[in-house]
Write a protein that binds this ligand. Structure first.
Ligand SMILES: Cc1cc2nc3c(=O)[nH]c(=O)nc-3n(C[C@H](O)[C@H](O)[C@H](O)COP(=O)(O)OP(=O)(O)OC[C@H]3O[C@@H](n4cnc5c(N)ncnc54)[C@H](O)[C@@H]3O)c2cc1C
Length: 423
């Protein structure tokens, strides 16, 4: 194995930079070059987390961490034992970037600026001697068969990969990392396919649901602390906050459903029935009993001015309207039948979803390079020696909360160390 490998990294995103730095720092003799197709490396890091960059998540048990990945969780268990959110936080801290943890576990730079993370990665790459070439992409790659170990005469094996760049020029390398991200139009997946890899078809993940319904009309911006959301006819169910948007429904509960259901929901063209329990863990029976007891204890209170549940009053008014109960009705005047209708609106509301909208805060791709063709100790291809993968180009994606970057840091670090040839 050459002690000064020539390493090319295709894609200057989170995974590509982390791999490049790990490789160059592990083996200072390695010649590491990042080719980034656009003029702006780390563009997604810059826009991430609403401009704050949700770097990772304060979940330090690999067995818990893997539960946040609809695809790739099983494969990431071993890698997370080697590089997990604590390592990520330490890595940035060693370079002068402190992370803070918010109440829900998301970790951000204390500056609340993604530029801090961009600057840190760029400075670390330059300090480690990584060459960063921008506005020059990799168009295609020709893989050469690896030299036989007993090949006579050759002092140094020929480079394994011949690359054609987007300006028509050619370069070659001993080790190649594809870190081209989840963009379906990037050449990364085509290159992987040409080198023998199967691709799980890419579909979007982390999107919001398009709902046109009087119950959420005119109350955009309103959020509910905790709901249980389900997709009728499937086993999909997620708990968490719900946010009403101009187009329908969003928030962690919806985004998690979109991630776990990415394939099922794509298959029905994003047209399905969403079930929402606005007062979990209540069931029809338990809430029916509770509201009947309130009716008995507060007969003169008006429904429209007093919501007995932890719900925003404006949503409560909408649910009353859906149950055809006038807001000035006193509790004593609510019939058993009307009460049952109101209970159904609260614990078993149904919304017709007609399409999806983009979640501007964070979105990722479900699908990518098939995982069983990768050795997760090194991120090297099992089919094409010398070829490595990291980040979203793989069929790995997490729910929202810093998990997608964590997958990029972990797989990038493993690939970088392995490509250095000394790990
Ligand atoms: C708006 C938004 C906000 C997000 N916020 C968060 C967040 O806060 N926390 C979180 O964990 N995740 C977040 N994500 C997800 C996260 O950004 C991605 O999972 C992560 O960036 C993946 O890193 P990557 O390096 O694999 O791919 P990318 O960041 O997509 O980088 C791939 C790079 O490869 C380049 N490239 C592609 N093809 C070629 C080629 N042929 N030649 C050369 N270069 C090429 C691309 O131009 C790109 O720069 C967000 C995503 C979006 C869209």
């Amino acid at each position: 194995m050459a002690s000064a490998p020539k390493v090319i990294i295709v894609g200057g995103g989170a995974a590509g930079f982390f791999a490049a730095i790990a490789c160059a720092e592990t083996n200072p003799a390695a010649r590491v070059t990042i080719y980034e197709a656009t003029a702006h490396p780390l563009a997604k890091v810059r826009v991430s987390g609403g401009g704050r960059c949700n770097v990772t998540h304060a979940c330090f048990d690999p067995r818990e961490l893997v539960k946040r990945y609809p695809r790739g969780g099983r494969e990431l268990l071993g890698p997370f034992h080697r590089w997990q959110p604590r390592d990520t936080a330490d890595w940035f801290a060693r370079r002068g970037v402190e992370l803070k943890t918010e109440a829900d576990g998301r970790m951000f730079p204390v500056t609340d600026r993604s530029q801090t993370i961009v600057d840190c990665l760029q400075n670390a790459a330059v300090a480690a001697g990584v060459e960063i070439v921008t506005s020059l992409g990799v168009r295609s790659v020709l893989g050469r068969p690896p030299p036989r170990a007993d090949a006579p005469g050759a002092l140094r094996p020929p480079p394994l990969f011949a690359l054609t760049l987007t300006d028509g020029s050619a370069v070659n390398c001993d080790r190649l990392l594809l870190a081209t991200g989840g963009n379906r139009s990037s050449a990364g997946l085509t290159i992987a396919e040409k080198l023998g890899h199967a691709i799980e078809p890419p579909v979007p993940s982390l999107f919001t649901f398009h709902v046109d319904d009087p119950r959420v009309d005119g109350i955009s911006g309103l959020s509910v602390g905790n709901v249980a959301a389900t997709v009728r006819g499937t086993k999909l169910r997620e708990d968490g906050p719900l946010l009403v948007t101009h187009w329908g429904l969003s928030g962690p509960a919806i985004l998690k459903l979109s991630a776990w259901g990415a394939r099922e929901l794509a298959a029905v063209n994003y047209e399905f029935t969403l079930g929402v329990n606005f007062a979990p863990p209540h069931t029809r029976e338990s809430l029916g009993r509770e509201l009947a007891a309130l009716r008995a204890s507060h007969p003169r209170k008006q429904l429209g001015t007093w919501c007995p549940l932890d719900l925003p009053l404006r949503l409560w008014e909408k649910l009353l309207a859906a149950a055809r109960i006038a807001p000035d009705t006193q509790w004593a005047g609510v019939s058993q039948e009307a009460l049952a209708t109101l209970v159904a609106q609260i614990v078993a509301a149904e919304f017709a979803v007609a399409g999806k909208s983009m979640n501007k805060e964070e979105f990722v791709t479900c699908g990518g390079v098939r995982l069983r063709e990768i050795d997760f100790k090194t991120m090297e291809s099992r089919l094409c020696p010398g070829l490595y993968f990291a980040g979203e180009v793989l069929d790995i994606d997490g729910v929202t909360g810093g998990f997608n970057f964590q997958a990029a840091w972990t797989t990038g670090w493993l690939a970088g160390r392995a490509m250095a040839g000394l790990a």
